[in-house]
Design a protein around this ligand. Structure first.
Ligand code: ADP
Ligand code: MG
Length: 214
């Protein structure tokens, strides 16, 4: 029998979502998922640190999808990523995890990509936006993206975003998000800057660290 500590079925997830996880071959939670998902699904702000490849994407994706109302045509979650490549990976994973649900629209907005296609995707409606901070800010300034209905802000690979100098852009984006929101921060390492980032954008975050297993 599955260990309840790592069994997805112990989480408040719908039967279709659980069935989709089994279909994807996600038979049990990874350690970072087991530590993060109860906190994230409970609505708390969270700082989670675990090494690359540990399953951090599903740890935030399942939570933001659980809160998403597909019948509301508004951006309800935003995931900030350091690079276009990582944003594309996150988009792919969110779409796989969202397959069980009706028509969830995930739009990727990164720099180095023509604006025209992005503007058209946004005009057709997006529930989840994944992108790099500079381009997200650009869309906010143009008025092509509105975060007034946002309930979840995710800072993915926060350590790398800090290294790449995105702090000011992240701050400008966060200022346009509703104050009443959940903020989830994921990182492979925990440099000192993360604490400052958290103090600026998060409300009493719970902190979890998954040590690398040798
Ligand atoms: P990280 O963001 O921590 O680097 P990812 O979210 O990219 O890690 O996940 C790494 C890989 O593990 C992906 O291929 C993903 O599909 C897979 N994965 C995630 N969670 C599970 C799970 N519970 N069971 C099996 N595979 C998983
Ligand atoms: Mg990741």
């Amino acid at each position: 029998m599955a260990d309840p500590a790592v069994d997805f079925a112990t989480l408040p997830l719908s039967p279709p979502v659980l069935a989709n996880l089994r279909q994807l071959g996600y038979l049990q939670m990874t350690p970072v998922q087991a530590a993060s998902l109860p906190v994230a699904l409970g609505g708390n702000d969270l700082i989670a640190q675990a090494k690359t490849g540990s399953g951090k994407t599903a740890a935030f994706a399942l939570s933001l999808l659980a809160r998403l109302e597909a019948r509301r045509f508004a951006v309800q979650s935003l995931v900030l990523c350091p690079t276009r490549e990582l944003a594309d990976q996150v988009t792919t994973e969110i779409r796989r995890l969202a397959r069980a649900e009706e028509n969830v629209k995930v739009v990727t907005l990164c720099g180095g990509v023509a604006l025209r296609g992005q503007l058209s995707s946004l005009a057709h409606g997006a529930h989840v936006v994944v992108g790099t901070p500079g381009r997200i800010l650009d869309h906010l300034q143009r008025g092509s993206l509105n975060l007034g209905s946002l309930n979840t802000l995710v800072l993915d690979e926060a350590d790398r975003m800090l290294d790449m100098g995105f702090l000011d852009d992240i701050a400008a984006v966060a200022r346009q998000c509703p104050k009443e929101r959940q903020t989830l921060l994921f990182s492979a390492t925990y440099p000192e800057g993360i604490t400052r980032l958290a103090a600026q954008f998060m409300q009493s975050p719970q902190q979890i660290t998954v040590q690398a297993q040798h």
